[in-house]
Write a protein that binds this ligand. Structure first.
Ligand SMILES: [Zn+2]
Length: 130
């Protein structure tokens, strides 16, 4: 990833945003709108690393070192359902990790936009203007 490590890349919390001037809020909003893009690889899931015991009664995993690590994606669904995807190849594991991070980052930035709009609305400012 190429990063612009300017202050604008830091995700601000609601409390931090509340302390900004309306002009600064509008500048952050404009920056977000300029730079917010849908990451094509995004996946909504948790990336999990697990060490497991197998079913063999005399296997070393019963008492000592467990098998693994295994990597997989997991997604909770309504009604206590769950979808899991075991990642086998190193390239698949790397992509899974990246895809989850990309989704998370998008969500955080979208949430910051939401809090900026919340704060602008609270101050009686018009929302559409960037
Ligand atoms: Zn075992």
């Amino acid at each position: 990833m190429t990063g612009c490590f300017c202050y604008l890349t830091h995700i601000m919390s609601k409390r931090e945003l509340e302390r900004l001037s309306t002009l600064a809020l509008r500048q952050r909003k404009a920056h977000l709108l300029r730079t917010l893009t849908l990451p094509p690889e995004a996946i909504h899931a948790s990336f999990l690393e697990r060490f497991l015991q197998c079913g063999k009664p005399n296997c070393h995993c019963r008492t000592g070192e467990k098998h693994g690590p295994f990597y997989y994606l997991s997604r909770c669904l309504p009604k206590r359902q769950m979808r899991s995807l075991l990642l086998k190849e190193p390239a698949q594991i790397a992509q899974g990790r990246q895809a989850v991070a990309a989704y998370q980052q998008l969500l955080e930035r979208l949430d910051e936009l939401s809090w900026i709009n919340w704060e602008l609305l609270r101050r009686g400012e018009p929302l559409p203007a960037a």
